[in-house]
Ligand binder design. Structure first.
Ligand code: ATP
Ligand code: MG
Length: 406
């Protein structure tokens, strides 16, 4: 049987909700509990910080929370959600406009309502109000209609905006059901520590990491199954392993397999089919890696990246101090004059080359097999150079001595 649907259900892409949201049961369970408490009028004990490298599924999870808020509105207190990013509301003034709903603006400041041609037009500028008043109004509104503020890409907040947002959250949350959920790359953790150390301590952290093998298999099999296509054990094992349990790669694989099943009108996929689509998956993956490698190159951090990648060939985790040593040994000569080793370490974290999950002090590789890619590219580069000895370029800080592995 051919897949019944015309449109491929898999969604390889940023923020695209997958056909089956796999492996987030713990986070979903916890969030459902908090939302149910809020609908009963209770304030959540802490804000939530979700962080993880790119492509792990933070936006998808935030979208899911938004959807859950809609569902809970049928019970007790009706909840509302605002999902946004710092680019949409780069200043608190703009955000305030959204935090207090139009209904409440009409109720509290009726004199500021103007009737426009198309109905009520709200003439309201948060700048005209002092912040304590705004907080009080928001508290009153949240008592009747609890608010969940979902801030995606939170690592891009400027530190002033971040600090103000954390303050508002704290003040409102102490008096009414209000939940702030921040989602961002591992760089978010650093931003929060610099602007609100106490906030970080009391927030509930959720590391959005790779899925386990079972969840990876479910993410592939369930949507295919819904369209009448099965995957045999060998083929599935290969796909699960090759995807490295990384949500974005899982969707790449799913999409490629679905297209093939549709094109060839297959009901069952075997190792033959996985082999057939592997090149397609691989080429999109290489493109993804190359963009990240190019960024590190532009930042002149490629030699240090190669050294870190070489280290991670022998170990899954390492310490912060050891990483700093490696980075310091592999920076261009003058770069420590402008930035400290710590700042360079943060750059690696911001670009998801390495990260430390919330419940660990040890660092691990950010995006799977990007390290392998960086090493392979370096090896190719070294080989190319040795095949053209006359054009040899001097090595930076002795990186040519690095053991690049097999
Ligand atoms: N739990 C999941 N199960 C299956 N696929 C998932 C899951 N979560 C995310 N995906 C898929 O992974 C990809 C990346 O998801 P998403 O954009 O939410 O990641 P992100 O962490 O927000 O990335 P970024 O930091 O780039 O914004 C999408 O293609 C999405 O469909
Ligand atoms: Mg995202």
């Amino acid at each position: 049987m051919t897949p019944k649907k015309i449109r491929n259900p898999f969604r390889p892409g940023r923020g695209a909700t997958p056909p089956y949201l796999a492996g987030r049961e713990n986070e979903q369970g916890r969030i459902r509990e908090i939302l149910a408490d809020m609908a009963d009028g209770d304030s959540p004990a802490a804000d939530i910080v979700m962080y993880g490298p790119r492509g792990m599924g933070k936006t998808v999870l935030l979208n899911w929370v938004g959807g859950e808020v809609e569902k809970t509105s049928k019970h007790n207190l009706p909840l509302r959600a605002i999902q946004t990013t710092p680019t949409i509301f780069p200043s608190l003034e703009l955000l305030w406009n959204k935090l207090i709903s139009d209904d409440w603006k009409k109720k509290i400041w009726p004199e500021q309502i103007e009737l426009g041609a198309l109905g009520n037009k709200i003439v309201w500028n948060s700048k005209a109000h002092n912040e304590d008043d705004l907080v009080s109004v928001l508290i009153e509104e949240c008592k009747e209609r609890p608010l969940v503020l979902l801030m995606d890409e939170a690592h891009t907040m400027d530190s002033r905006f971040c600090q103000d947002l954390l303050n508002i959250s704290q003040q409102v949350n102490q008096n009414a059901p209000f939940l702030l959920v921040l989602a961002g790359t591992p760089g978010l953790s650093h931003l929060l520590t610099t602007v609100g150390a106490s906030f970080v301590e009391r927030s509930e952290k959720m590391g959005i990491a790779r899925l386990d093998a079972q969840a990876t298999a479910d993410a592939i099999v369930k949507p295919l199954d819904a369209d009448g296509v099965t995957v045999d054990t060998d083929a599935l094992e290969h796909v699960v392993e090759d995807s490295q349990h990384y949500p974005y790669f899982i969707q790449l694989w799913g999409a490629a397999l679905w297209d093939l099943a549709k094109e060839k009108e297959l009901q069952k996929l075997t190792a033959q089919e996985t082999a057939e689509v592997e090149t397609k998956v691989e080429s999109r993956r290489l493109n993804f890696y190359e963009q990240r490698r190019a960024t590190l190159d532009e930042l002149e951090l490629l030699p240090a990246a190669v050294a870190i990648a070489a280290l991670f060939q022998d170990t899954e985790t390492t310490t912060r101090d050891y990483l700093k040593e490696i980075i310091a040994d592999n920076l261009p000569a003058d770069s420590l004059a402008t930035q400290s080793v710590n700042e360079h370490l943060q750059t690696f974290i911001r670009h998801e080359f390495i990260w430390n999950p919330p419940d660990s002090i040890l660092f691990e590789a950010g995006i799977p097999s990007l390290m392998r890619y960086v090493l392979d590219k370096q090896r190719e580069h070294v080989q190319e150079r040795s095949s053209k000895p006359n054009q040899e370029i001097p090595a930076k800080n002795g990186n040519s001595d690095l053991d690049l592995g097999p």
